[in-house]
Design a protein around this ligand. Structure first.
Ligand SMILES: Nc1ncnc2c1ncn2[C@@H]1O[C@H](COP(=O)(O)OP(=O)(O)O)[C@@H](O)[C@H]1O
Ligand SMILES: [Mg+2]
Length: 150
């Protein structure tokens, strides 16, 4: 049986305006990703990888085109709706990790479930960290790293 499409990007473009200059970063990008598959975006520095991922994750808006995630048109969603979709469905490992330094690894992973009001945020987060082999690190605190490309 054919797997369903989890993410569909259609004729996406993104431009940045600065004064009278317009920088076109993404131009008519279209692709579809099947549920359960792994996908890598590969390209030289500055080619628009981070911009594309940011738009697919609902962190940024496209200038033109459509992003359909699990049947939801993300490009039309309100900020509130995007927040809900990110909280529930999207995991994002940033190059600079964006962890809250005053919280342990476990507490950092608990945040989205706590925002959703889950009763078992702590045990759920603990289970997730164990699943990726980080059971020794549950109560470690993030080390602050400087800068780095995103
Ligand atoms: N917020 C922004 N404003 C203006 N230009 C941007 C912005 N974000 C990215 N760019 C430009 O868009 C291009 C692609 O950047 P980026 O998506 O970070 O590429 P990559 O991740 O492939 O290195 C670069 O030329 C970058 O300078
Ligand atoms: Mg990048």
């Amino acid at each position: 049986m054919a797997r369903s499409i989890i993410l569909s990007v259609e004729h996406l473009s993104k431009t940045f305006k600065s004064g009278d200059q317009t920088l076109t970063v993404l131009k008519d990008v279209s692709f579809a990703i099947e549920e359960g598959s792994a996908c890598a975006i590969v390209g030289p520095s500055g080619s628009g990888k981070t911009t594309l991922i940011g738009i697919c994750a609902g962190l940024e808006r496209p200038t033109d085109g459509a992003v359909i995630f699990n049947g939801i048109p993300m490009h039309l969603a309100s900020e509130e709706e995007l927040g809900r979709i990110r909280n529930q469905f999207i995991g994002f490992v940033f190059q600079t990790f964006q962890l809250l330094p005053s919280l342990s690894a476990l507490e950092n992973v608990m945040i989205p479930a706590e925002i959703r009001g889950e009763n078992h945020a702590r045990s759920h987060a603990s289970e997730l960290l164990k699943r990726v082999g980080l059971e020794e690190r549950l109560h470690h605190y993030p080390v602050q790293l400087s800068g780095g490309e995103q």
